[in-house]
Design a binder for this molecule. Structure first.
Ligand SMILES: O=C(O)CCC(=O)C(=O)O
Ligand SMILES: [Fe+2]
Length: 220
């Protein structure tokens, strides 16, 4: 039996398009993470840009909300908020990520900032949407399934706070200016279960990141 996978063709197409684009860019390093397409770019953001983004996050961060579980459940205990998309500095960074991936700006969500303080974490999750959940009809109408994730580290964390791909046994230590990219789908357009990942608890210091999620259709 073949099940219906929403946006499957678009996910497959975006996988192919971005994969080819990244392969042509010598600044992009492929992290061995089969069966996940995971990439890293060093010094994607300058030290000044990181500092400026951290200050912007401090100004917008509120307890992080999730669709299916709220802050109080302890699942995502960081603070987060969307950065002002019309701010020229934010818009320029957002466009740089779009250009790196070679995708249309319209499919990108606003850049989100996130801050973790000691003890705060984001437990293992997938960035793609579960289409059986109550939130799906609304997300489907807002641009559909998520395709790629871009996430940049903005500071060096004193201890803890790695990004763990829990199904792969891979941990990435935060390093300021580094951008991570991964495809949330398999080449055939099915959501990739192996993309399960977590922001491990920060043990000391703070951790700041920006995240930009891409849909399959225009985000609104
Ligand atoms: O903070 C991290 O390392 C992971 C963040 C994350 O998974 C997300 O924002 O979707
Ligand atoms: Fe995530």
């Amino acid at each position: 039996m073949t099940e219906f996978v929403p946006d499957q063709n678009a996910l497959a197409r975006l996988g192919e398009q971005v994969r080819a684009r990244l392969a042509d860019n010598p600044a992009v390093y492929r992290v061995p993470a089969e069966p996940v397409e995971l990439f890293a770019v060093g010094d994607f953001l300058s030290a000044d840009e990181c500092t400026r983004l951290c200050a912007m996050i401090d100004a917008v961060a509120r307890p992080s909300a999730l669709h299916e579980l709220d802050y109080a459940s302890g699942f995502r205990t960081s603070y987060s908020g969307d950065l002002e998309p019309h701010d020229p500095f934010v818009a320029a960074i957002s466009q740089r990520i779009d250009a790196l991936l070679g995708v249309k700006a319209a499919i990108g969500e606003p850049v989100q900032g996130q801050r973790y303080q000691p003890g705060q974490q984001f437990k293992p999750h997938n960035d793609w949407f579960y289409v059986t959940e109550g939130y799906w009809p609304q997300e489907e109408a807002r641009g559909g399934q998520r395709s790629w994730t871009a996430m940049a580290y903005l500071n060096a964390v004193e201890a803890g706070g790695a990004t763990a791909f829990t199904a792969l046994g891979i941990q990435i230590e935060p390093k300021p200016g580094v951008l991570l990219l991964w495809n949330n789908a398999l080449p055939d357009g099915h959501p990739n279960e192996a993309t399960l990942h977590a922001g491990l608890p920060v043990e000391s210091g703070a951790k700041y990141v920006i995240t930009k999620w891409y849909r399959t259709r225009a985000w609104r």
